[in-house]
Design a protein around this ligand. Structure first.
Ligand SMILES: [Zn+2]
Length: 107
């Protein structure tokens, strides 16, 4: 199959299925040849994948997110409504936040 004909959503799904470790958006962009301007688009696609992958695969696959963590105080951003990298820690106000990591696994 010609990889170029796949949509970004399909490419991300494939990438996360075959990766042996959770990936950040930065890493996904490198694998797919995308630049920094497209991080937001990738997060948006991940959000849609998270919402639809179970139904599309009859509950077989799930998209998981390892939440972002504050690198200064260890605060874990567990309650994100949408996948993203928070800009600031609510606890210590640090801006050193690790990116969330994503992976797809069988249910
Ligand atoms: Zn913090």
């Amino acid at each position: 199959m010609d990889e170029d004909l796949l949509t970004l959503r399909e490419k991300l799904t494939k990438l996360l299925m075959k990766s042996d470790k959770p990936l950040t958006v930065e890493e996904m962009a490198i694998f797919l040849g995308l630049n920094v301007n497209e991080y937001k688009r990738i997060y948006n696609e991940l959000y849609h994948i998270a919402k639809t992958i179970r139904r599309k695969t009859n509950n077989r696959l799930m998209l998981y997110m390892a939440p972002p963590v504050c690198e200064s105080c260890g605060y874990v951003f567990k309650k994100l409504e949408k996948p993203k990298k928070p800009s600031k820690c609510p606890k210590c106000k640090s801006e050193r936040i690790s990116s969330p990591k994503f992976f797809i696994r069988e249910n």
